[in-house]
Design a protein around this ligand. Sequence first.
Ligand code: ATP
Length: 441
Amino acid sequence: MVSLLIVEDDASLKDALIKALSKSNYICRGVGTFKEALTVLTNESYDIVLLDLKLPDAEGVQVVKRVKEVSDAKIIVITGYGDIKTAVESIKAGAYDFIQKPFNLDILEADIKRAMKEKLTEEENLTLKELIRKGMDYTFETRSPKFAEILSLCERYAKTDTNILIVGETGTGKEVLARYIHELSNRREKPFLVVECTSIPPELFESELFGYEKGAFTGASHKKKGLVEMAKGGTLFLDEVGDLPQHIQPKLLRFIETKRFRRVGSVKEEFADVRIISATNKNLKALCEKGLFREDLYYRLSILEIRLLPLRDRREDIPILVNFFLSKWNKRVSAKAMEMLKNYPWKGNIRELKNLLERACILAEGDLVDDYLFVSRENGPVEKELFEGMPDLELLEARYTAYLLRLLKDVNKVAEVLGCSKRTVYRKLRVLKERELNDKP
Ligand SMILES: Nc1ncnc2c1ncn2[C@@H]1O[C@H](COP(=O)(O)OP(=O)(O)OP(=O)(O)O)[C@@H](O)[C@H]1O
């Protein structure tokens, strides 16, 4: 529902507007002075402000500027007849549009609708900019009865709005499954945002999650929305939730319970309807017992729980996954190699399988990738060449780059495998030369 604040000192006009717009399903509130308007806007969020520029305690363009400082709302200015100059100036100061008294309600409503459309597009763009959406690049075809059961649970859970905890070893596809649940849910048109609990520094966590106001801390030169606000209407995925800093836990709990939060440096309560899916490879219960994770938060997050199988417990799906990853490259493995892949321990689960196959696809010239599957694992002399003398990271990278170049005989391919530019490849080769020269007696 769209919320409107009507700032108008003419009480009869204000009341008439509230009555008429409420009938059209807008949530309306009215105030008669600028002071009241500022107080309300500082404490509550509105989508649109209808703003009379001639108020008893303030008037003119300054009014627009002040409102913009405290609110995200689109401002539609109400001006008296013949006050075009002020109206134009107010647009320059950031108002969305102006409307002259006396006005027709249909025109005002059309204006409100246009302003809302622009506001939603802006919010969407902002979200998209902040969000690097990974492609929906997965397969859930399965021959494993146990995994089929998990999938049918997910389909049922997706239809609810309840928080879900996904538990499983690293690389088992917890994030992929969370995206799948989001895509099956009614929230699919809204964002799916990932909070990487391990990679956000604890001191920045609150502002990343809930956003901040301009001036909230040194360096906060502009207001910024947090992930919770950007995920409005969608799903927030808390990856490695066991690593959630302890000082954030009560704040997240409060948000989950009330759907309300405050940006850092703000007293204003914001509202966001967000579904939380979390994932962990840790034993959260054990963390609770050690006092490292709040028990009440754990129960809130894990109302529904899904336990993902490690790949070794669904080996019947390995051929499906292998063919899925290879098909993108138009490559294949022999039946013998497939058997090897089926029997491998896969401690890193699907991630390890995917990485191994992708590397083999890049390395193999023909369509059969057998020879490149376990190339560095079984190749003792290569390991010796790379690791001799316990190299530091710079030397190891340089040696590995040189090794790949010998193997692939093509700098472009090396750059592709390493995920860097050709220039970086050349730089690493130069490093190797220099280090070898320096190390010679
Ligand atoms: N069903 C699937 N189909 C295809 N690829 C998958 C599938 N599940 C996982 N993967 C791939 O495996 C890799 C690991 O998946 P994901 O990041 O979801 O695992 P995770 O359990 O969240 O890992 P971690 O605990 O390390 O965060 C990704 O590259 C992902 O694309």
